[in-house]
Design a protein around this ligand. Structure first.
Ligand SMILES: [Zn+2]
Length: 207
């Protein structure tokens, strides 16, 4: 499994290009920006980007989708409960004083824990992990966890924004993420990579 991280957009989101190197099928997880660079890389590697998977609807994880949608129509998949953030995108941007000409993006398909997705030959397991946002989802592909802003290295996502719930977030982490194999690599929505084992031992926000 091919995984490359890009740090994108005004709030340094981790954007991931994930691919089955055998079939050349690829997806992008969260697209904060840098669309041209990621598209070029995918092209150079012979990858075809099948769809874009969003961990949640916050503006910093989606701004690059507007760039992509100027010229292409790659399907964007997300949980329906986070549409409130997409519908209020200009409000969110002004709240965070982000200068952007993006006013909206198009979401093509709603997905939840019952949806079946693949990247080439790898199934995508969808976990509902609300708390940072109501429609927050984590994805497991080939034993790798992509958890958006639910869990960070030795920290957790903020829950003070509209729709956030600290109790719900901690419950999601305990019941959905901390039951995964300890060696599971964790690819969060911002900053450093970690593992489930490291977080169980050292994350003081989850006790
Ligand atoms: Zn977020």
């Amino acid at each position: 499994m091919f995984i490359k991280r890009y740090i994108t957009g005004p709030i340094e989101v981790n954007t991931y290009l994930v691919a089955d190197e055998e079939t050349k099928d690829a997806i992008i997880i969260d697209l904060g920006g840098s669309w041209d660079e990621i598209k070029r890389d995918a092209g150079n590697l012979g990858f075809k980007i099948n769809y874009i998977l969003l961990t949640h609807g916050h503006f910093d994880h989606i701004l690059g989708i507007a760039q992509m949608q100027k010229t292409e129509n790659i399907p964007v998949l997300m949980n329906e409960k986070d549409m409130v953030y997409i519908e209020n995108l200009p409000l969110m941007l002004s709240h965070f004083r982000i200068n952007s000409d993006v006013t909206s993006i198009k979401v093509d398909k709603f997905i939840d824990e019952t949806s079946e997705l693949k990247v080439g030959n790898y199934p995508v397991k969808i976990l509902s992990t609300p708390g940072h946002t109501p429609g927050g989802q984590s994805y497991i592909i080939d034993g790798n966890l992509f958890c958006g802003d639910s869990l960070f290295r030795h920290s957790v996502g903020r829950t003070d924004l509209k729709g956030g719930s600290h109790a719900e977030l901690i419950n999601s982490i305990k019941t959905k993420l901390f039951i995964l194999p300890p060696s599971t690599p964790v690819y969060p929505g911002h900053v450093d990579f970690t593992t489930i084992e490291d977080e169980i031992e050292n994350n003081i926000f989850v006790r």
